[in-house]
Design a binder for this molecule. Structure first.
Ligand SMILES: *Cc1c(COP(=O)(O)O)cnc(C)c1O
Length: 214
């Protein structure tokens, strides 16, 4: 299991910047690999699918005690209520309809998870996230709905150098007074930490390659 190696690399990279949370991304991993990482003492995980997380984490939390689970995949509005009850943080707040849904749940008495706004730093048409040009307006709307925000999240375009995207996200977070920066995956988490990441989302480097069901 590569958890200790990845943790050592995170700790090495963060020395200049401050504490970084390693989110172990366990989506579609076999249960025994997740149990092994829990047995090593890790307690912060990331999931992409509400249904999969709902099937997995209530039982694992019962067996292993409190575990922070972060939603890092696209969130459908009709699954928001389930997600609010299940996750400690949502990294993919990316549109007004979802913000309104979350605000409504909060008004009805729900304690919301910590929220990160996903930014489409590469302005890729197929990718979720608020466009950089629309971010200021979206953040104002969230504020108007009383949504407390922890920070920003991005997934840089594949095959491009991630560093300019990480730097752009860090700049936008600073501009808007947000402290959280969710950025960096297996291939680039050290580069993300160098640009100020507070949360890195690492899957395959810890668990091995994912095999998706056919
Ligand atoms: C799957 C996923 C990750 C982890 O990817 P790896 O390359 O396996 O580290 C990180 N962030 C998001 C949003 C993901 O969907």
């Amino acid at each position: 299991m590569a958890l200790v190696d990845i943790l050592a690399r995170v700790r090495g990279a963060e020395r200049k910047t401050g504490a970084v949370t390693l989110i172990a991304v366990s989506k579609v991993q076999p249960l025994e690999r997740v149990e092994a990482v829990l047995s090593e003492g890790h307690r912060v995980f990331g999931e992409n699918y509400v249904q999969e997380a709902a099937a997995k984490w209530p039982d694992l939390r019962q067996r292993f005690g409190p575990v922070e689970v972060h939603m890092i995949g696209p969130l459908q509005t009709n699954k928001a209520k389930l997600a609010v009850g299940l996750f400690d943080a949502i990294h993919t707040l990316d549109r007004p309809s979802l913000a309104q849904k979350l605000a409504g749940l909060q008004q009805a008495g729900a304690a919301l998870p910590r929220l990160f706004v996903q930014v489409n730093t590469g302005a890729e048409p197929q990718k979720a996230g608020v466009l950089p040009a629309d971010l200021g307006g979206f953040l104002r709307d969230c504020q108007g709905m009383d949504l407390g925000l922890e920070g920003l999240m991005c997934i840089p375009p594949e095959g491009e150098d991630s560093t300019p995207h990480f730097a752009m996200l860090a700049g936008m977070a600073a501009e808007h007074g947000l402290s959280g920066l969710s950025m960096g995956m297996s291939g680039d988490f050290e580069a993300a930490i160098a640009q100020g990441a507070t949360h890195v989302r690492v899957g395959s480097a810890i668990f091995g390659a994912r095999t998706y069901p056919a």
